[in-house]
Design a protein around this ligand. Sequence first.
Ligand code: FEO
Length: 172
Amino acid sequence: MLKKSIEQAFNAQINAETYSAYLYWSMSAWCEKNNLGGFANWMRIQAQEEMSHAMKFYTHVLERGGEVKLTSIDGPETEWKDIEAVFAATLRHENAVTERINHLVDLAIQEKDHAANQFLQWFVNEQVEEEKNVEQILGQLRIMGKQPGAALFMMDKEMAARVYTPPAAPAD
Ligand code: FEO
């Protein structure tokens, strides 16, 4: 049986992961509007991954006999200065998600919930991957500097190649 403290924290994480999807859909729409279809594709897939993260928490709560309680999702930002600002915001967001996951692990340890702790380890590894990917893209955008021009066009083509890969079976 899931302790109430873990149930509440996991329900909050379902909201946070769904908000992440909202944010990346919003960024995808911004990219589309600014003729960066490849980046828009990358962000759409990012959003798809976030929905799968939300569903992992949803499934874990139900499998442990807990109650899923969905709450309102905040509206994300809709405007950014340029594509570099989009990825700087993405990195800040993923850093905040990593903090959230770390707090969930702390809570699972505190509550001696080994199943929840084991389940969360997938997310610990996923955040390392997410931060690395976003840091790399942001780094490349920064190398392009103030006159991205042709290089940004080439990078947009590269971003168009991203495809969605469903996550492996849940770690729980
Ligand atoms: Fe669900 Fe991007 O972390």
